[in-house]
Design a protein around this ligand. Sequence first.
Ligand code: ZN
Length: 307
Amino acid sequence: MTTAFISHEDCGLHNMGPEHPEAPVRLLAIRKVLEKTGLIEELDQHQSVHVTAEQVKLAHAELHQKRLEMKLPEQGIFWADEDTALCPDSLHAASLAAGSGILAVNRVLEGKARNAFCSVRPPGHHAEHNIPMGFCFYNNIAIAAIHALQQPGIERVAIVDFDVHHGNGTVDIFKDRPEVLVCSSFQHPFYPERYSEITRDHIINCPMEAHSGSLVFRNLVEGKWLPAIQAHKPDMIFISAGFDAHHEDPMADIKLDEEDYRWVTSLLADSARTYSQNRIVSMLEGGYNPVSLAFSVQAHLEVLAGY
Ligand SMILES: [Zn+2]
């Protein structure tokens, strides 16, 4: 069985301006590397589908989508917060990004793919129940995880987030849902400084000081994440796959590289084999140096695809 690769060229229509790091070139760089190495041919490629209004409400407030639609400009850019902007096509792209997670869950649960990676933007893990923030409008991974929990045989899931920023939106949405284990590593102190101090048995926050590298990251994964996953026994594992903790990424000061992403993906694949019938759905979050992003995604996908 193969790895599903879900993406859509219209994700590139979301454009927050020439200076913004969360830019269309990110997905183009990923595709270019996957084509050059031939890896793309080994994947089960699918076009993203749109999320429905009902599916958005799985993770968000009743009026969240309507409020975003009211902010959508007919031309130019509307700033939803100081670093999150809407252009006329932004919600079209956001809908495809969120819908990709639903399609990924369905492919995996129907047994058509062993696991899935969604190469999509805008990202999602900063979007809280009630607010867009940090380049994110819909919390793609949260919508996908709740959709999975509605399917027969899926009672507990784990969301693992190795983006360099804390996935505050995901914690906000699941803080009172202990059937969803949320493990994250992030630079601290650093953006967004929401929920980084929360204490819940099912929220495993692993802050890392600036300039931390591979050793600190690997010790946290082995010491905190793996025992939590072992105790939780998730029926499915979700990955908020942000690659901005790479040492070449301009956004932050953590010093990981492609081999760290290969390593953590291997451990998560082992956990999925043991507890989750190999089921993994991974969704792109951050990663702002197109070159290191593309090579990191390649390493992540090589493991998911069983190389
Ligand atoms: Zn990030």
